[in-house]
Write a protein that binds this ligand. Structure first.
Ligand code: SAM
Ligand code: F3S
Length: 456
């Protein structure tokens, strides 16, 4: 019987990426195969998030359930990684003594060694340090699971927004070397990947030396765009303060860069932005948006917004509403402020009552959703490039893929189009997705092309 591991991922895309790497590492060094459910696994890994209180509670509640499984099966091993593990370290063992291994986002490469040490010593193991460059160095060769892939280019965050726990749990910004990033993009392209997303907490802070010069994200995108096979490039997440002219120019000059940008604003009030320590004003944000849209007409913008930050008045909130209306975001992630122990804002005065937070959240959500629907409907009749990522119903011929603006499109077509970029005419615009039909007959694609697109 092969050893099986069940990995549960909570939180952001960084965690999704890390979980993929954990699986590859466990497969590569200890021969684990993935399990469909916890009951089938000998090892359970929880990749946690602590960015908001709810996420933290979710981690503890999942562990509570796994404890019962371990009671029935004492040989079961439980490892906890991610930001809760990083924040709590050995204290997590005091709260949940049934855990076998506690590791952080920067020590996931040590998971096999930690599990082996657990068996050898009979004692729980904890390693939540930040040797970030080691993590990049010991990542296995990228494994391709579809035509779109993430490429991690930096770790951590050094911005220290007053509300955010990330710099404390993931450590400060560490850049991955240029040669390693480009080598990974080449490998992915050779294996059939068509779309890459450069990933990190603040990817526009990425800098790396190359041939005596310091490269930035704008140059990295240009290099990646020159690699044969790569048809679409994205990056996430970026911060408005390091979003310079050079990066804006890439939107005008590199057609392979997707016409979508996630640029978190957090609030539309300058007073709140200053208290959040975001380092920009709404005027600066508006000006960047204006220049970006001039560089790439039709650019789709999404954002993150926090409501109910300490001291947020009705007037501050109205400024957020005004800004959201004016910019016309195409979907956004909305959060109610959640105090995180250890961050400066957790001690700020004037907390906003929960009922006010909920009212504000509902108003903002209605505005954002209405705009998303409006933009979706406006797309009806247009032809969009879709990278086919899923064959949802091989018999009925249902395919799904993302458009350049990061919307899911569902349409009928033959399964062999999987992995291809195809033109699709939009027939229906829904709040969170689009429906359409292929713009050209599938028979146009030759056998040779079909074989070429079989992703390894
Ligand atoms: N650069 C990061 C990103 O978006 O990937 C931002 C980090 S955080 C994981 C994502 C979002 O969570 C932030 O942009 C912010 O809107 C939200 N967030 C972070 N701390 C929060 C808190 N204490 N309460 C509510 N929302 C929070
Ligand atoms: Fe958090 Fe601000 Fe960094 S939101 S991840 S401290 S840019």
């Amino acid at each position: 019987m092969p050893k099986r591991v069940y990995i549960e991922t909570q939180g952001c895309q960084m965690n999704v990426y890390d979980s993929g790497k954990m699986l590859e590492i466990l497969e590569g060094s200890l021969g684990y195969l993935p399990a469909e459910k916890p009951e089938d696994a000998g090892l359970l890994v929880l990749n946690t998030c602590s960015v908001r209180e709810k996420a933290f509670d979710k981690a503890l509640s999942r562990l509570g359930r796994w404890r019962l499984l371990k009671r029935e099966r004492p040989t079961l091993r439980i490892a906890v990684g991610g930001c809760v593990a990083s924040q709590e370290g050995a204290e997590l063992l005091a709260r949940a003594p049934f855990i076998d291994v506690v590791f952080g986002p920067q020590t996931l490469q040590r998971l096999p060694a930690l599990l082996n040490a657990r068996e050898a010593t009979g004692r729980a193991q904890v390693d939540v340090r930040f040797p970030a460059i080691e993590k990049f160095d010991s990542l296995p060769e990228p494994k391709v699971t579809g035509p779109a892939a993430f490429v991690s280019i930096m770790e951590g965050c050094s911005k220290y927004c007053s509300f955010c726990i990330v710099p404390y749990t993931r450590g400060e910004e560490v850049n991955r070397p240029f040669a390693d990033v480009i080598a990974e993009v080449y490998t992915l392209a050779e294996k059939g990947v068509r779309e890459i997303t450069f990933l990190g907490q603040n990817v526009n802070a990425w800098r790396a030396p190359h041939r005596g010069r310091m490269l930035d994200l704008a140059e990295l995108i240009r290099y990646a765009a020159s690699i044969e096979g790569i048809e679409r490039i994205r990056f996430t997440t970026s911060h408005p303060i390091e979003f310079g002219e050079r990066l804006i120019e890439v939107f005008a000059e590199v057609p392979k860069l997707a016409g979508h940008l996630h640029l978190p604003i957090q609030s539309g009030s300058d007073r709140i932005l200053a208290r959040m320590k975001r380092g920009y004003t709404t005027l600066e944000y508006r000006s960047k948006v204006r220049r970006l849209r001039a560089a790439r007409p039709g650019l789709s913008l999404t954002t993150d917004l926090i409501v109910g930050f300490p001291g947020e008045t009705d007037a501050d909130f109205e400024s957020t509403i005004d800004l959201v209306r004016e910019v016309g975001f195409d979907q956004s992630f909305l959060f109610t402020y959640s105090p995180r122990p250890g961050t400066p804002a957790a001690n700020f005065p004037d907390p906003v009552p929960d009922s006010v937070k909920s009212e504000r959240l509902a108003r903002l959500k209605a505005l954002i959703d209405a705009k998303a629907l409006e933009l979706s409907r406006a797309a009806v009749g247009s032809t969009l490039s879709v990278l086919v990522e899923r064959v949802t119903d091989p018999d009925g011929g249902m395919l799904s893929g993302r458009t350049e603006t990061n919307h899911w499109m569902h349409f009928r077509g033959p399964a062999h189009l999987w992995g291809r970029m195809v033109p699709v005419v939009v027939t229906e615009g829904l709040a969170n997705s689009l429906r359409g039909h292929l713009a050209e007959p599938a028979k146009d694609f030759s056998e040779h092309e079909r074989a070429r697109t079989q992703v390894a």
